[in-house]
Design a binder for this molecule. Structure first.
Ligand code: SF4
Length: 154
């Protein structure tokens, strides 16, 4: 069962979108220098369609995108929620901490996908040396690297 610890409205994590970002717990990645070690424990509030409906009701249509931040321990649940998010008329984003996507990832259920663990000396997505990649998913499911849109020093 996927759970979340917190959520926020963010403007920079997904380029051009007003995003409801949901911070999923139970992260299995254990990146050295992790910026969010409180997300390692498998606790929090159950994250399902009902919970997301409640969060979205607070913001109405001011939100354009829902980002699932984490969920690498239960990718099947991420895929299911992403499909539901798109069916509700929102764009869907996934922030994975894995090096690459699972082979069976249905990329077409997402509009944006970020991959890559956090490596402290390389920095996060805003760093020009980052190992992490942000992709826009085209209609045919192919991935376009848009990491440059997040970087402050180009
Ligand atoms: S993926 Fe994110 S939350 Fe998980 S260990 Fe790495 S930096 Fe921490």
């Amino acid at each position: 069962m996927m759970k979340f610890a917190s959520y926020d409205i963010v403007f920079q994590e997904v380029p051009g979108e007003v995003t409801l970002a949901v911070n999923i717990t139970g992260c299995p990645n254990r990146c050295p220098g992790c910026h969010s070690p409180h997300l390692w424990a498998d606790d929090g509030i159950e994250l399902d369609k009902q919970a997301l409906t409640g969060l979205l009701a607070d913001y109405g249509r001011g939100v354009t995108c829902v980002a699932l931040m984490g969920g690498d321990a239960t990718p099947g649940e991420v895929y299911e929620l992403a499909q539901w998010i798109k069916q509700q008329g929102y764009k869907s984003a996934w922030y994975s901490g894995r090096d690459k996507l699972p082979g069976d990832c249905p990329t077409g259920r997402f509009d944006y996908i970020k991959v890559g663990p956090y490596i402290e000396h390389l920095g996060g997505l805003k760093s020009p040396t980052t190992n992490q990649r942000m992709y826009h998913v085209a209609a045919d499911g192919t991935l376009e690297d848009i990491t440059y849109k997040l970087q402050t020093h180009r």
